[in-house]
Write a protein that binds this ligand. Sequence first.
Ligand code: MN
Length: 327
Amino acid sequence: MDIERADLPAIACAGILFCTDVHLAGTPPGQRLPGYTEQTLAKLAFCLEQAASRNLLPVICGDLFHWPRENPNTLLVRCIELFKPLAATPLKCWVLVGNHDKWQANYTDDVSMAVLESAGVIHVMKEAGPQCRVLIDGHVALLGASPDMAPLPKAVERDEADTVLWVSHHGLGFPDYADQRQPLRELPGVDWLINGHLHQPQPPQRRGMTTWVNLGSLTRMSFAPRVKERRPAAAIWRPGMTELERLDVPFLPFEDVFPDQPFPDTQIKEGGESLFLRGLERLVWKRTREGAGLGQFLSDNLDPTLPESQIILSLYEEIIHGGAQND
Ligand SMILES: [Mn+2]
């Protein structure tokens, strides 16, 4: 074991509880209805209570907040109060930096998560690499992390670790996300890769010794049919498991958190004024602070082979920076 790794915190507990993409916010994002703040805090509270009562180390795989900064102080204070009881124990929560936790692509003192870190109520996983050792009845697990935009490890030295778990917040090639940049592959030395970022839960994928897990977001963000089907969950790891244990997280019916409206057509196949106007009409109610509706409208209607389309899309990206959804 190298000196660096020997210096890692060692935490004795009964296992690890993973959850991800809480997207806390003081006002409802996208099409979510009022009540959002309470609902998301309740999910976080549930996960932390479960961790405490089962002696599990809580780990959040990114996007604790929806907007990285300028969140209301009341939200920050309530977060601090939620995390504080565990912070006084070995089960102080570990939180990975996701894309929504950064401002202009950086984790700085200016973001809300830095307030929680400074208050001493969470460990922030902001640098790639091993984070801590988890000791469970003689079993040694190494927890590592790759924050948003940090590369995944090519391989990990196991040293004395019986199990290596690695958390990430990446666009990975899970079945519903085959267009994502990074294909799944064996990461030598890594038993479990647990990913946030992609909000739709995916079945675990085995590649050599590495099992890739995509939990899906705790919070439902997009007004879409497949999101309606979703049941938010956390997952528990204990030594010897061949699959993670699902932990259902209480949630309200879709109808209670999204507007009572038909789903919009996802495709507008033909051009023409009337369809364009229909699209614009939909855009009025889909309009969101992050421009999710506009993004969908543009991708549905612009011909990507035309040069002006690229200009429009890059303008859109520039304006919307950092607000992309992964539902
Ligand atoms: Mn997210």
